[in-house]
Design a protein around this ligand. Structure first.
Ligand SMILES: [Fe+2]
Length: 305
């Protein structure tokens, strides 16, 4: 059947309109109420909160025992009550400074107690401030390894935790094999040093980009989570891949987002932030949420095939 041109155009416009409103239809808005002005400026995408989806959070650069960390942790617990994410992946700089048992209590176990008590599992990756001993810390679920991959029970997803402070050839060839052997629809790498970042302090890590990006492109990675710069940033898609910098989970470098990089799709360097996300089929919905419960970014990523 051939469609007349105006009719075909109308159908196409309807389809686009439907696609655009779809993410707004979820029953749960996992964020604080916004002022009408904020909503008009950047409509938040509701997370669908479906019973069979994989719900997770992303946290970086947090374990300094500061008030900012504790307040961000409290907001994470509040969000968890409405949106019960089952795991948190950490993008490094998990513990700053001393790592004695009492330090781990103050910088990790106490602030995240409500989440740990609720059975939320943290899967850590290591940053430049982290001792390799953290791979043995039971709450980090690293199974004694500096880098590893794991597949959650729900949805068809595999996460890859890298140790980007020591991205030696052995680790890169391990990653290549893991990505190659992965049959999961979603392959999500997470690590500390960002291949793309508009952080004034560190910025894009060119070497890591050179080594990792070709693998991510080849093996159909769609989303990558990193930290190190103490800001929140979502990078404009690079070769079809969305890179996040989520390095303000406790630390914050106020004003350090340099939008002149031209890389920024969305960003915030005014408050601590973490990310909640939900994978359902071919879609990954995300909200970046500040210490005070403000939604600073939201959207949906459709996976590459
Ligand atoms: Fe760092």
């Amino acid at each position: 059947m051939r469609l007349s041109r105006p009719f075909a155009t109308a159908v196409f416009a309807l389809a686009i309109a439907f696609a655009c409103v779809q993410p707004q239809r979820g029953p749960v808005q996992v964020d604080a109420p916004q002022t009408p002005q904020q909503q008009a400026a950047a409509p938040a995408t509701a997370l669908p909160n479906r019973p069979d989806s994989l719900k997770f959070a992303v946290l970086g650069d947090f374990g300094d025992g500061s008030r900012g960390q504790y307040e961000m942790a409290a907001e994470m617990a509040r969000v968890h009550q409405r949106f019960p994410y089952e795991l948190v992946v950490t993008v490094g700089d998990n513990i700053y400074g001393s790592e004695r048992a009492q330090d781990l209590v103050r910088k990790f176990e106490t602030p995240y107690k409500p989440l740990l008590d609720a059975g939320v599992k943290f899967y850590a990756s290591l940053g430049n401030h982290d001792s390799p001993e953290q791979r043995l810390y039971k709450w980090f679920n690293m199974d004694g390894k500096r880098y590893y991959s794991f597949k959650p029970d729900k949805q068809n997803v595999r996460f890859f935790a890298l140790e980007s402070a020591y991205l030696e050839p052995d680790q890169v060839s391990w990653l290549q094999k893991e990505l190659e052997g992965s049959r999961e629809d979603w392959k999500i790498p997470y690590f500390h040093h960002p291949p793309y970042s508009s952080g004034g302090r560190h910025g894009s890590h060119a070497q890591h980009r050179q080594v990792l990006e070709p693998l991510f492109v080849k093996f159909n990675v769609s989303a990558v989570f990193t930290g190190h710069d103490h800001i929140y940033e979502r990078i404009k898609p690079q070769q079809g891949i969305v890179y996040f910098v989520t390095g303000s989970g406790g630390k914050l470098r106020r004003g350090d987002l340099d939008r002149r990089s031209g890389l920024t799709a969305a960003g915030d360097a005014t408050d601590q932030a973490f990310v909640v996300a939900e994978i359902s089929g071919d879609e990954l919905f995300f909200n970046a949420i500040s210490r005070t419960g403000r939604v600073i970014d939201s959207g949906v990523i459709t996976r590459r095939k």
